[in-house]
Design a protein around this ligand. Sequence first.
Ligand code: IPM
Ligand code: MN
Length: 370
Amino acid sequence: MKTKKDYRVAIIPGDGVGPEVSKEAVKVVKEAVRESTISFDFEWFDWGCDFYLKHGIMMPADALDILSGFDAIFLGCIGDADKVPDHISLTLLLQIRKGFDQYVNLRPIYLYDGVDTPLKYIRQGSIDLIVVRENTEGEYSQVGGRFKRGSPDEIAIQTSIFTRKGTERVIRYAFNLARKRQKLKEHSDYVGMVTNCSKSNALNYSMVFWDEVFNEVSKDYPDIAKDFALVDALTMWFVKKLDYFDVIVASNLFGDIITDLGAMLQGGMGFAAGGNINPERAFPSMFEPIHGSAPKYTGKGVVNPVASIEAMRMMLEHLDLDTTAKKVRNAVEYILADGKVKTRDMGGNATTKQMGDEIASRVGNLLDHE
Ligand code: IPM
Ligand code: MN
């Protein structure tokens, strides 16, 4: 079925703890394809805040041209406010997301056995939802301006842009994903559901429009249940009944906010990964842990690499390497459930490298190949 076996992945380790977590994630993928017919070629790019201090830009002007030749991109984490103001350093991330039309930001909220959630009512295995965040427009459109700067009459305007095309495609993606997940469920009577994360009671133009598009698109999916939650109420439901959700579709900013909450409920930032996806595959997609660069922990080896390993697993899935992706998932599941190796965020004292090594060696022992 598949003929392509050699993959090229661009690694942008970025700032702070980025390089240490990227290293472990790469290690796990290499182990997962060792002795298989699949090969991965990883090319590392030193873009980020130190690059900025040298060159005055976060990445070269032709960065997107360079990256466009790769099958996928892995991003460690970007930002170090002591070196470069955040609103500048973060342009790297936003330029890639927008430049490669990665209009879906896929963020699974999944609780592994052996990982603690602050939610007391949760049974093992009951948190398995996914947020589909719009990733190229909305509140992040960067349209606006400052007027009468520095004067008492100063005005700042930041406009959200919601296009029909942009809104429809991300909502459609969410419904298709719900269908796909429904098919994968063991119980055939399981009905997939898409929750519309909205705020149409207050945002009377953009979100009323968003709701209209949601309702139109949902008509094409009579087999999938549709659900509605205002974003503020949704944060409440996340805490009260997280196991209720399946697929949630949200605008750029709302998706950003609810996935940080989701990350805490799935055990912390050490477990939360995301994929910036161009579903048409016209451009490479980009995978990243959603945690920040934590500059104060740089080089200390205390950060949990599972989020990065999980991001690589999402990349493998995106490349249709399902068997390899499953191997990585099985290894992560095994090591976390086993509980012998715990990083500091999990209450243990294993290092970033020890956790990476354990998962890699478990992956190496799983013989299945694509
Ligand atoms: C994220 C981050 C980014 C975002 C920042 C760093 C611009 O918080 O990926 O969630 O807001 O999208
Ligand atoms: Mn965020």
